[in-house]
Design a protein. Structure first.
Length: 278
């Protein structure tokens, strides 16, 4: 008899999510986000699993070459095998290809660097940018995995994540990156609710003083959030609240890209939100 439990999706349909697989990807997400070696105790506390269980999963991943263990500190980091998977996934994942004309369209319409992120568990990973043509260009390096509590991209993904993921982020320590960083769990919960209603977010000065990002969600089939698309620039150019024209350019591109991916959230959500705010 199998001893592993299976978590059935909240919708009650489709395949079950094996608990062991869920734990593995939580561990990989945390190691990716931290960008530093992490110990068993720290990881167990973050993903809220027993330490022996976390150790067994890490030991198995180490044998497979998915993670590596430092012989001195005994802490774990991502393994070289993931480089192969990452390269293959990058070639196969076509969101960047689909989004490329929309990124260029946003850049040309707003004059700001356009950026694309993909959803990764409870936050977002920047995968592509089309840089501004200005002499002084503000950009974000692809491969940057943003914080879920204080970035426009991360909060958008978190807003549409399951309740358990949201609570997990809110229970963690949310260190301020600048004096403007959102760190209060109650304030974050209200912002996530607002994002679901208005379908955009920005984060003026929250990650870097003087820099703002304005982003909108990209929806796929069944309106699952696949990522975000938006702009990044100086707070004087990408203002908060956003200029209506800039917001329209970004939301129009996000809605068109979502429609190509069989997502229709923009058709109804924005109309309902406008009626409430009029």
């Amino acid at each position: 008899m199998a001893t592993q439990k299976a978590r059935v999706q909240e919708a009650g349909e489709g395949p079950a999510l094996l608990e062991s697989v869920d734990i593995v990807f939580k561990l990989l997400d945390e190691l990716s986000s931290a960008r530093r070696p992490m110990g068993v105790t720290e990881l167990a506390q973050i993903i809220e699993e027993p330490k022996p269980r976390v150790y067994r999963h890490l030991a198995s991943l180490r044998l497979l070459g998915v993670v590596e263990q430092d012989p001195v500190s005994e802490k774990y980091r991502l393994g070289a095998r993931l480089v192969i998977y990452g390269a293959a996934a990058s070639e196969q994942f076509d969101l960047r290809q689909l989004a490329d004309p929309y990124l260029t369209q946003i850049r040309d319409a707003t004059g700001q660097t356009a950026l694309l992120s993909v959803a990764t568990n409870d936050t977002a990973l920047v995968v592509a940018t089309v840089e501004s043509k200005a002499n002084v260009c503000i950009s974000v390096k692809p491969g940057n995995r943003v914080q879920p509590y204080c970035s426009a991209q991360g909060r958008i993904v978190l807003a549409f994540a399951d309740k358990a993921s949201q609570q997990r982020v809110m229970r963690r320590k949310m260190p301020p990156l600048t004096p403007h960083t959102m760190t209060d769990p109650a304030e974050l919960a209200e912002r996530l609710k607002l994002i679901r209603a208005r379908l955009y977010d920005d984060a003026p000065g929250e990650v870097t003083v003087g820099i703002n990002a304005l982003c909108c969600p990209i929806f796929g089939h069944n309106n699952v959030v696949l990522g975000t698309i938006g702009v990044v620039g100086s707070s004087g150019e990408v203002m908060s609240p956003p200029e209506p024209a800039m917001l329209k350019h970004v939301q129009t591109a996000a809605a068109a890209l979502s429609a190509r991916l069989n997502g229709n959230a923009y058709e109804h959500t924005l109309a309902a939100h406008r009626k409430k705010t009029e």
